[in-house]
Design a protein around this ligand. Sequence first.
Ligand code: SAM
Length: 249
Amino acid sequence: MNIHLIGIGGGHPDQITVQAIEKLRAVDVFIVADKGASVGDLAAARQMILERHHGGSYRLIEVPDPQRDRSPRQYQSAVSDWHDARARAYAEVLDGLAAGTVVGFLVWGDPALYDSTIRVVEQIAAMRKDVEFDVTPGISSVSMLAASHKLVLNRIGGPIVITTGRNLAADVAAGLDNLVVMLDGNLTCSALTGADWEIHWGANLGTSDEKLVAGPLDEVLGDIRLARDEVKSRHGWVMDTYLLRRAGR
Ligand SMILES: C[S@@+](CC[C@H](N)C(=O)[O-])C[C@H]1O[C@@H](n2cnc3c(N)ncnc32)[C@H](O)[C@@H]1O
C-alpha cells in the first residue's frame, strides 16, 4: 500500500506545487484528522484544493482526532502517546481498504515543520510491512511570512532559529536573537518588551484574511493583539507566525 504525504501550503489553491498536484491526483483515499468544528475554514480550504486539483474520484475518510492529554505532565510523553493513538486510528482505517489503494494525507504548509504526520506514518509503516510512503514538500507558513514581509530571514551569513512559543524564553535566555516563532497562541513575545526587539508578524498567511504587522516590538505589540483578536472573532480561529530579531545587531 502506498501512502503519499502531501504538503499543500497555506490552503490557497494557487499555492500548491505542480509536484504536489501530481501526487494528489494519484490518491484514491484521503485520510484526514477530524478536529471538530473550530477548524471549519481549514476543512473548506482542503475541500477547495481537492475540487480544483484532483479532477477524478476519491474518498475522504475523516478520523476523529484522539484527545491529547493536556494535564501538566511531561509534554514529550503526552505528545508521543497522542501520536501512538493517531497511528492506531489510521492503521485501523488502512485495514478496511483494498490492497493497492493509494492513500493520501494532506499536510498544512510543509510536512517537515511542526507537524506529526511523518512520525505517525512512520509508525504505521513499522507496524505494517506492506506500507511504503513518500513526502512531497509544501510552502510553509515560514516561507509565507518572509515573502509577505519581503524579508530575508537570516542576517548576511547568519543563522535563523525556528522555535515555538513554549521554547521562546529559554532560546532568548540562551542568547539567540534572530528567531521565527510558531505555535504561539499566547504571544509569548509580550514578555520581551523593553529590550530592543523588532517583530515581523503575520496571521492567516496566504488566505484572503492575511494580516501583517511589523515594527519595534514595544511599539506594535498593541496593534498585533488587536489584529489577532479581530481575525479570531471573525473566523473563530487564528494562526500566526512571527520573526523576532534584536534591533541593530
Ligand atoms: C502545527 S504547526 C503547522 C506548521 C506547518 N506545517 C507549516 O509548514 O507552516 C501550526 C503553526 O504553524 C503556523 N501557521 C500555520 N499556518 C499559518 C498561516 N496560514 N499563517 C500564519 N501562521 C501559520 C502557526 O504558527 C501555527 O501555530
